[in-house]
Design a protein around this ligand. Sequence first.
Ligand SMILES: N=CN[C@@H](CCC(=O)O)C(=O)O
Ligand SMILES: [Zn+2]
Length: 414
Amino acid sequence: MPQWDQLWIDVNIATMNADNEQPYGAIHQAAIAVKDGKIAWVGKQDELPEFDALDTPIYKGHGKWITPSLIDAHTHLVFAGSRANEFEQRLNGVSYEEIARQGGGIISTVNATRQASEAELFELGRKRLNALAKEGVTTVEIKSGYGLDLDTETKMLKVARELGKHHHVDVQTTFLGAHAIPPEYKNKENGADEYVDYIINDMLPQVAKQELADAVDVFCESIAFNLEQTEKVLTAAKQHGLKIKLHSEQLTNQGGSELAAKLGALSVDHIEYLDESGVKAIAESGTCATVLPGAFYFLRETQLPPIELLRKHNVPMVVASDFNPGSSPLCSTLLMLNMACTLFKLTPEEALKGTTTNAAKALGIDDKVGSIEVGKQADFCLWDIQSPAELSYSYGVNPCLQVVKAGQLISMNS
Ligand SMILES: N=CN[C@@H](CCC(=O)O)C(=O)O
Ligand SMILES: [Zn+2]
């Protein structure tokens, strides 16, 4: 007779398990059992096997919904400084690209982040992680990219790793040394190429040796790195055994997504300017398409990502906050669910997939998390909602009642 560490009864469960054909992979009047941090049983409550009722703590959900806990698969949440002044500049007519070309934008955050201590960055990151955690997020990807030199890039990645060690939220780290051309290289004749060589010869080997990153990312764009430079960095990353991702087709179509597909990237992110040949390429390679409605909204973009084409070619869509000081200072994954539906016309089910199963795929951890299935890590949330669509429908009153992370009940007051 099984004895479980935890049993939840009187709940409805959006399993997000693709093998369950119901919308949201739903099981109504369900139960879920946890043992050793993993899901041990899930199904209809009236089909519960006999279990050791004396030694199994039982929690009642009063008919509310459980979903996999949320995954924010694209953030830049370790940084110092604020870019509110640039927000004002943009509202006075200066474009994001223009600000970047004038040495502001990413570079202004680089200056602030270079000056900040590890302790300061940790404290800033911890508050932001807490904000996401309160909304039911238990896995977050954090990119570097506001250092652009060995010391600051490794400082950012160390802080991200430390955040993961000191918080119940799991942190996946991504090295984004190729985020912008640093001031030291900006005015050199072949500055961008020289910086790419520095990334490959000096930064990447250190990042890999110190095991600071799970993946490597590049900003492939007219104001950042071209295709050839992108290919060099991503190829070197693969040689170090690191996973790869790409910021691509955000402001123009550079063909970055096709390159990412060719190299086997886990995801291409932003993708407003992605065309059908790019969509076909990522469909064939199994690369996820990450849409970032916060950046689209905050930059008042007009070019929509090709959602219909992504659907047509069955590309897994991911929704993330892209939390960062320049293009998406919006630290809320729940807000992104709403925006993905209102701005990009994702269905609430697609949006939830984009922050659970597909987000796990985009991080290469879908064998462990992202859906409620026997054997997966017990990462789930109990929500004060009557249907899963409510997670995308309404925003502002946090419906998260309880988070369970690897089988641990997380206090919602911390
Ligand atoms: N697009 C490139 N990088 C960030 C923006 C960073 C910034 O403006 O600070 C993004 O994902 O939107
Ligand atoms: Zn980003």
